[in-house]
Write a protein that binds this ligand. Structure first.
Ligand code: PMV
Length: 316
């Protein structure tokens, strides 16, 4: 039995503008994970992917070209030049789907890493990241590549589209509450909405993207120097710019307002918007108050994750 797993992720700042070549910052969320276990099967069984949590069973040789689980397996076979093996991949995941935690990229990462290992190839994280990106393109159209990068490397990243991995120092531990609005949203549709706005009013949107880029660079400095207060303010400003891009929603506004009123240093939507998650930067002393406020405002689930210097976000 060979297995591999991958974490969820949150985007701290820079989403959407990152599609237009601005930088963005993301961290892994390691207490939710997707895991793929692979076992040899009798001759002639083919490759089966059994995704128990979503009640899906995919036979790779028969699945359509856009079926994402089969696509993850196919990119590995193409990369290592192997025929479809006789094996069963069992997939489990605790990452909520369509909520901005990167479940699709994490599932692809786990399948790709496990299948490559099973075939005798211990691929490097950047090779895995590139293969995951191939799969992401099938369901997101024009993804920036931030999800596959932060998840395959499992490290905080300062990401600029098309550039190699860049990590950074975390000057002091940062606590984030990740609150799920319970509303699903389609990244592809949200990205298309911003594109339509940009096509209608290019100058206005480009000004917004430029300011986001400035904020993200300042946020990186704030993270490196442990300036949590400043980071919180930058998150609030980034959220206001996401509102101007048209990707917030009444539920996300209620959640970010309530987090700020309960004492969060900053709060913003995270990821594509519409639904999905908001994130709030909190201190040890007020984490519980903010969590209570988020729950009282209708959050479906709140996760506390800490970004710290050991490069991995750890759970508490
Ligand atoms: O919804 P998520 O967390 O997968 O984030 C999408 C991030 C965008 O910047 C909106 C799109 C992208 O490809 O970077």
């Amino acid at each position: 039995m060979t297995s591999a797993s991958a974490p969820g992720k949150i985007i701290l700042c820079g989403e959407h503008a990152v599609v237009y070549d601005q930088p963005a910052i993301a961290i892994p969320v390691t207490q939710v994970r997707a895991t793929a276990r692979i076992e040899a099967a009798p001759d002639g069984s083919g490759l089966i992917i059994d995704a128990q949590d979503i009640n899906r069973r995919v036979e790779v040789s028969r699945a359509g070209a856009k079926e994402p689980l089969a696509a993850a397996a196919r990119v590995v076979l193409g990369r290592v030049g192997a025929p479809i093996p006789d094996a069963t991949i069992t997939l489990t995941s605790s990452i909520p789907v369509a909520s901005g935690l990167g479940s699709g990229a994490a599932v692809s990462t786990a399948i790709i890493r496990a299948l490559a290992l099973f075939l005798g190839h211990d691929l490097q994280s950047d090779q895995i990241s590139q293969l995951v990106y191939e799969v992401e393109k099938l369901h997101h159209g024009t993804p920036s590549g931030i999800d596959n990068t932060v998840i395959a490397h499992e490290r905080p990243v300062y990401f600029v589209r098309g550039r190699p991995l860049e990590t950074f120092r975390i000057g002091a531990p940062l606590r984030f509450l990740v609150a799920d609005s319970g509303l699903h949203s389609s990244t592809r549709e949200m990205v298309a909405g911003v594109r339509a706005a940009w096509q209608a009013e290019p100058a206005r949107l480009e000004r917004i993207f430029d300011v986001v880029g400035i904020l993200v660079r300042e946020a990186r400095r704030a993270i490196e120097t442990g300036a949590a207060q400043t980071l919180g303010e930058l998150m609030n400003e980034n959220h206001a710019l996401l509102v101007q891009m048209g990707v917030s929603s009444p539920a996300l506004e209620r959640l970010t307002d309530s987090a700020r009123r309960a004492g969060a240093l900053g709060a913003k939507l995270s990821g594509a918007g519409g639904g999905g998650n908001v994130i709030a930067l909190v201190e040890e002393e007020n984490a519980e108050d903010v969590e209570r406020a988020l729950n009282a405002t209708g959050a479906h689930r709140v996760i506390l994750t800490t970004a710290r210097e050991d490069a991995h976000a750890t759970q508490e």
